[in-house]
Design a protein around this ligand. Structure first.
Ligand SMILES: [Zn+2]
Length: 207
């Protein structure tokens, strides 16, 4: 999103691109040519996952991705435009836009009573209860923040179903914030897509 305030830790996990110092460490250890490259990757990945678990902050994203190793070692799916808003909470949400005085309230404009957060909108807003029930049927589980990672990493079909659900909801919400022009999103990718130039640990380990 335009305000570019998502934390580096969160964006690194979402993009699969390790922190710069770990990339440098990996490059240096490779240059010494006295260690197995896969072992170097594993060390870097472990350090990165420890940081994700132990660094303060990003509590919402950590709820959705409690197991960073499984997330980073997946071999399909990339968050792109819509899912990134779900993971970061930075997007078409009153809780986010109100911080920047871009909307007059942080309440949900659809059900009025609750705060407009990703947790509310995607998991409990009464306005989307039917969409959510349909999704739960298709996923064969009641999707919650707690089982989110298990569900989305179960298979590419689940990834695509959740991605479509998130896009549908954000597209429905978008007109409510029409004074907030959004960047033109790319067409939704399928779960099998692997972005060009992704140099993350997970891709290299799995290649
Ligand atoms: Zn609501």
């Amino acid at each position: 999103m335009a305000y570019r305030t998502a934390s580096a830790n969160c964006l690194e996990i979402l993009t699969g691109i390790p922190p710069t110092d770990l990339l440098m460490e990996e490059k240096f250890r490779r240059s010494l040519k006295n260690e197995n490259f896969v072992e170097i990757h594993d060390d870097i990945l472990n350090e990165w996952c420890d940081r994700w678990r132990n660094n303060p902050g990003d509590s919402w994203c950590k709820q959705l991705i409690p197991d960073p190793e499984s997330w980073l070692r997946r071999n399909y799916g990339y968050p792109y435009f819509w899912l990134t808003q779900l993971f970061t909470g930075h997007g078409i949400f009153g809780s986010y836009l109100f911080r920047f005085k871009k909307t007059d309230s942080n309440n949900c404009k659809l059900c009025i009573t609750e705060r407009d957060t990703p947790e509310h909108i995607f998991f409990s807003c009464s306005r989307f209860i039917n969409k959510k029930r349909m999704l739960d049927l298709e996923l064969d589980t009641t999707l919650t923040p707690k089982n989110f990672q298990t569900a989305i990493l179960k298979n590419p079909t689940n990834w695509n179903l959740i991605q479509k659900y998130v896009k549908d909801i954000l597209t429905t919400k978008s007109p409510l914030y029409q004074n907030q022009p959004l960047p033109n999103p790319p067409p939704p990718p399928s779960a099998e897509d692997i972005p060009d130039g992704n140099s993350g640990v997970s891709r290299e380990v799995n290649s």
